[in-house]
Design a binder for this molecule. Structure first.
Ligand SMILES: Cc1cc2nc3c(=O)[nH]c(=O)nc-3n(C[C@H](O)[C@H](O)[C@H](O)COP(=O)(O)OP(=O)(O)OC[C@H]3O[C@@H](n4cnc5c(N)ncnc54)[C@H](O)[C@@H]3O)c2cc1C
Length: 423
């Protein structure tokens, strides 16, 4: 409790035995902290410091860190379950967590052994919260290109990066950044590099994060400058495209979609509670056909997103080559569908309960905040960009098959996404 209250990292000893379910207790602690402060954090557009302190103190920041490095050894499904749970409590907190885990999963799978040994134990004891720097002024959300170069000084690389949107960036202890490779002649040879905060000069840049929703994610812009040892490149120089296909994009689509689904399903659960309570006072208040019809539509959309999410989890866990068009299309469909359906479902809940519980800030349904938060979902890697990609991918699968998991599998010989021996 003391460690939680003070936000000290490292309450869990490195390498301490952690049971298979221990992370779920940590998750509940974090979710409670998120829930307790979410309303105020939204009003003040303040970072969810209490919840992140709880992530540090309980070791939840190390959910995906293999057990040999002191983490919980969680897998893709743990990430999804945790993101749904946190999404139910507060979408900003959930996004902060899911995006951190996307960076951790990338380090686990692509950093070299020395960097893994250095960073993963630190993450497991709560000492390193990671921000993600991919968006850039000019190129916007184009993930697989970079304008800002890494300057090559032999053993050292220098960077000067303006990042207009960095979730939790002002609070991060380190960053994974996409940069133009020193060897690049065009903007699409992109490298991924790790930087500790204390290796950089970090300045607020581009104005305050004063937004419609996701206010507590504190995703304001930063300018980051510094010199890094070359060994902090993740994977080979210029190979971010491969990292993105294998790990970075799949974890983003799974994590974000889980956060959005959690947020919308929490909204439905609270709405059902309110409707039940009101029914107690007024016989037959739930009897309207229109109400049943609308609630059914909301539930249907959430179940559909869940089914897609579960299918994509299996694909990511079992398929060796995620670059195949059918798989890319399915993973993109998850992001597109989840971002649209969860927002639409909450919009419909507003119609179900009307003014008092759908539009007023103080309602226990919290629909007003959830609706504002979920409005960001289509913009968080703009759906227009994904549709443009998918339109081209569709031509690569002219027979219109669908990504199934029958061909390969962990049991069928394909390696697990996070190999078991590393857990
Ligand atoms: C809550 C939140 C958190 C975020 N956190 C981070 C973070 O931690 N790190 C980070 O790097 N980024 C982050 N982002 C940035 C995000 O992922 C987007 O890249 C960023 O918002 C750029 O969005 P944009 O609207 O400028 O879209 P862009 O993708 O730059 O597009 C700009 C406009 O062009 C249109 N457009 C784009 N592509 C096409 C096309 N091919 N055809 C036609 N029209 C097109 C779009 O409709 C859009 O209106 C975050 C965003 C949000 C909302």
């Amino acid at each position: 409790v003391t460690a939680l209250a003070s936000g000290e990292p490292g309450r869990r000893e490195q390498g301490a035995a952690v049971g298979g379910d221990a992370w779920r207790a940590a998750l509940e602690t974090v979710a409670e902290a998120a829930e307790a402060h979410a309303a105020e954090a939204d009003v003040r557009a303040a970072f969810p410091e209490e919840a992140v302190a709880a992530m540090r103190a309980t070791g939840l920041l190390g959910l995906l860190v293999p057990r040999v490095f002191g983490g919980y050894g969680g897998d893709v499904r743990s990430l999804v379950e945790a993101s749904i749970r946190l999404g139910r409590a507060d979408l900003s907190t959930a996004m902060v967590f899911a995006m951190h885990c996307q960076q951790v999963g990338t380090l686990v799978r692509h950093a070299d052994e020395r960097l893994r040994r250095e960073l993963l134990p630190e993450i497991a004891v709560g000492g390193m919260y990671l921000g993600s720097v991919t968006t850039e002024v000019g190129k916007g959300g184009r993930l697989l290109s970079a304008d800002s170069p890494l300057d090559d000084f032999g053993d050292a690389l220098a960077l000067d990066r303006r990042a207009p949107v960095v979730t939790g960036g002002r609070h991060a202890d380190g960053f994974l950044l996409t940069m133009r490779s020193p060897a690049a002649e065009t903007d699409n040879l992109v490298s991924l590099v790790f930087a500790r905060r204390d290796q950089l000069t970090v300045e607020d840049w581009g104005g305050a994060w004063d937004t419609l929703g996701m206010r507590a994610s504190d995703s304001g812009g930063l300018r980051l400058r510094g010199r890094l040892p070359r060994r902090q490149l993740i994977g080979r120089d210029g190979c971010f495209r491969e990292i993105s296909i294998a790990t970075f994009a799949p974890l983003a689509h799974l994590g974000w979609s889980a956060c959005w689904l959690g947020s919308a399903s929490g909204a439905l659960a609270r709405t059902l509670t309110v409707l039940r309570q009101e029914r107690r006072g007024r016989a037959g208040a739930d009897g309207s056909e229109l109400l049943a019809h609308r609630l059914s539509g909301v539930r249907q959309q959430l179940d559909t997103v869940y089914a897609l999410l579960a299918h994509c989890c299996t694909l990511v866990e079992r398929e060796q080559d995620l670059s195949r068009p059918r798989i890319q299309l399915m993973l993109n469909a998850l992001k597109l569908s989840a971002s649209e359906a969860t927002h639409r479902a909450v919009e419909q809940l507003v119609e179900v309960v009307g003014m008092r519980h759908g539009y007023l800030r103080g309602s226990p349904t919290r629909l007003e905040r959830v609706l504002r938060d979920l409005r960001s979902a289509t913009l968080n890697f703009h759906n227009d960009r994904l549709h443009a990609v998918d339109g081209r991918l569709a031509f690569l699968d002219p027979g219109v098959g669908f990504a199934e998991t029958a061909t390969a599998g962990a049991e069928g010989g394909g390696p697990a996404f996070f190999p078991k021996e590393a857990l």
